[in-house]
Design a protein around this ligand. Sequence first.
Ligand code: NI
Length: 179
Amino acid sequence: MTIRAILKMGDTRLLRKAEPMQSFDSPELHTLIADMRETMAAVNGAGLAAPQIGVNLQLVIFGGTAVNPRYPDRPVVPCTVLINPVITPLGTEEDLDWEGCLSVPGLRGVVPRWSRIRYTGFDEKGQVIDRTVDGFHARVVQHECDHLVGVLYPMRIRDYSRFGFTEVLFPEISAAEDD
Ligand code: NI
């Protein structure tokens, strides 16, 4: 496994539409996912999309068993590999909450997301994933899948008075934990 470099906002590769994955369960795919897991773990991220390491495929990973020390009260999101995802909002309700992004280091902003969604797609073996989720889980999925259509969370912010540097907004969070 290899820790891969994460592209930062301003790199035009983050603005592309990702291509659908054509084949599953290949050695190349398993290696890519292992690299993404190691990369995400190294920076304590909540999720990572393949375009963030320069791979223009519809593949995201998120969740895990460890409770994030920054958000100990948040429900644990299952460790998931999601390929060729489709998100359907359920209802029109939105939630507002803080987000960060590994491609936008050192910053946080309040982002509106659908409160409740259904998402479908495939895991790395090509098995169907079909889940209805809400809250933080729904937020993570929407954030990661935005990376597959060239959208970074600052593009979703409506109130820029709640966008700023993590060290100023949340001085208790160390820079080392930033995502
Ligand atoms: Ni992100």
